[in-house]
Design a protein around this ligand. Structure first.
Ligand code: PLP
Length: 481
């Protein structure tokens, strides 16, 4: 479990793989590059044979948890297996080596891909049109709220607040603030849903929008969504849907049909891009007819015989990102949509829902399930019973690492104390779910018999307890120090 740095593995004089330079070329190089561009002191590169380099990095890759290594039930993040064929497609030279400054007539294939994807997402969500530019869910939210802001400015509406439920993801109030509004929080009802009564009390002419997640962050479908949309319409407040949980709806229900005016997609959650650790993402954003004029530019459009970029749109909020967003994420997403087809996408959502309900039923006998209802793609347990016995949710999460599982999302949503938010996704087998349930039950038993051992976990990981705040602020790549 210990791994030196590559510099520590190096041995002076072992040599490296350098391109052989004959004296003749050497002379020319000097002439070609000029003396001032040549090093006087050789670089201090590690000297290590190729096979040891490969082994070093393979070992390091196994120290980290990832979806190719094991189960990853991190709620709200949809850490499902991403088919490798989509990786292969994203790496095709014609896509991966495209330069964004090439003229439109030389990138017709890439434009066609973006056009098709935007169209597919519009159909999946029931929206009028989609922009692929935002590069994260949070940026999709920001783009959506800027469009809503422009909509109000254009109509002369005086608006100040956006209503969000207390179960909302932290990015929601942050995006509201960024867009120049204030967020007002409303309490969920005892069923874990938006309280229509609380909404009616909070909404007035100053309400710019209602921002909801459906299914919400408890994994529950907002069954009153149509009445909520009707209330919003009376106050000319567009409905924003945080679409991070779209994996639960694919092919079954559409935000547009529920009355939403705007939705962002996390292509890196729902549509096949490996994520976690801050890699490239896409927060494509779709809008209804009334928000369509405000979409970011450029948009991909087509006429009879070619695809082109629409730059001139008088009411657009402008640009959200350089060029066209994270293009490789878009390639994977279209490959995923086309390889699944509409029936496959529906099966995806159905599988996610069945797996979550299966696991929920297996776990609720040992862990408290505060909202005991049919769930969508995820569910939230509370570690309250275990905390009474002296072991916190954080420690249960750490103990899970010892068994080769990633921990669930913990302490979110904020309305559940000692929350454990579990999203198994559709890509896991029944055997994996059974094993996870068995280990969760075992940990609960260990809390009775060997509580101190659970509290000092993890025991089998390369690093034990980190100071998590310090670890994110001061990245120390030489961890053995
Ligand atoms: C992941 C997530 C977001 C933010 O998406 P990013 O791509 O991480 O910016 C917003 N809301 C919910 C419910 C999420 O799960």
């Amino acid at each position: 479990m210990s791994e030196p740095t590559i510099f520590e593995l190096s041995k002076k004089g072992r040599g490296n793989h350098y391109i052989p330079i004959t004296e003749q070329i050497d002379g020319n190089l000097q002439e070609l590059l000029g003396d001032e561009n040549l090093r006087e002191i050789p670089t201090d590169l590690p000297e290590i044979p190729e096979n040891e380099v490969v082994r070093h990095f393979i070992r390091l890759s196994c120290f980290n948890h990832h979806i190719d290594k094991g189960f990853y039930p991190l709620g709200s993040c949809t850490m499902k297996y991403n088919p490798k064929v989509n990786e292969a497609v994203a790496r095709i030279d014609g896509f991966s080596k495209l330069h964004p400054y090439r003229p439109e007539e030389a990138v017709q294939g890439a434009l066609a891909l973006m056009y098709e994807l935007a169209g597919a997402l519009a159909e999946i969500s029931g929206m009028e049109r989609v922009s692929l530019q935002p590069t994260a869910g949070a940026q999709g939210e920001f783009a959506g709220l800027l469009m809503i802001r422009k909509y109000h400015l254009k109509k002369g509406n005086r608006k100040e607040v956006v209503i969000i439920p207390d179960s909302a993801h932290g990015t929601n109030p942050a995006s509201v603030r960024f867009a120049g509004y204030r967020s007002v929080q409303i309490k969920s009802n005892p069923e874990g849903l938006v309280s229509v009564r609380a909404l009616q009390e909070a909404i007035d002419d100053k309400t710019a929008a209602i921002m909801l997640t459906n299914p919400n962050t408890l994994g529950l479908f907002e069954s009153e969504i149509e009445s909520i949309a009707e209330i919003a319409r009376k106050y000319d407040a567009p409905m924003y849907m945080d679409g991070a949980n779209l994996n639960a709806l694919l092919g079954i229900a559409r935000p547009g049909d529920m009355g939403f005016d705007c939705v962002h997609f996390n292509l890196h959650k729902t549509f096949s891009t490996p994520h976690g650790g801050g890699g490239p993402g896409s927060g494509a954003v779709g809008v209804s007819k009334r928000l369509e004029p405000f979409l970011p530019v450029p948009l991909v459009a087509r006429d009879a015989d070619r695809y082109y970029l629409e730059h001139e749109r008088a009411d657009s909020i402008g640009r959200m990102h350089g060029f066209y967003g994270n293009f490789a994420v878009l390639v994977r997403a279209l490959a995923y949509v086309l390889s699944n087809g509409s029936d496959g996408l529906r099966q995806t959502a159905e599988g996610a829902i069945i797996n979550a309900n299966y696991l929920k039923e297996k776990l609720k006998t040992r862990y408290n399930l505060p909202y005991d209802r049919h769930c969508m793609h995820e569910f939230v347990l509370s570690g309250d019973l275990q905390k009474k016995k002296g072991v916190r949710t954080m420690e249960i999460a750490k103990r899970l690492l010892d068994f080769g599982f990633h921990a669930p999302t913990i302490y979110f949503p904020l309305i559940v104390s000692e929350a454990l938010m579990i999203e198994p996704t559709e890509t896991e087998t029944r055997e994996t779910l059974d094993r996870f349930a068995e280990i969760m039950r075992q940990i609960d038993s260990e809390i009775e018999t060997i509580p101190e051992y659970v509290k000092s976990s993890p025991h089998n990981t390369p690093v034990k307890r980190l100071d998590e705040v310090l670890a994110t602020k001061m990245l120390d790549v030489c961890w053995r120090k």
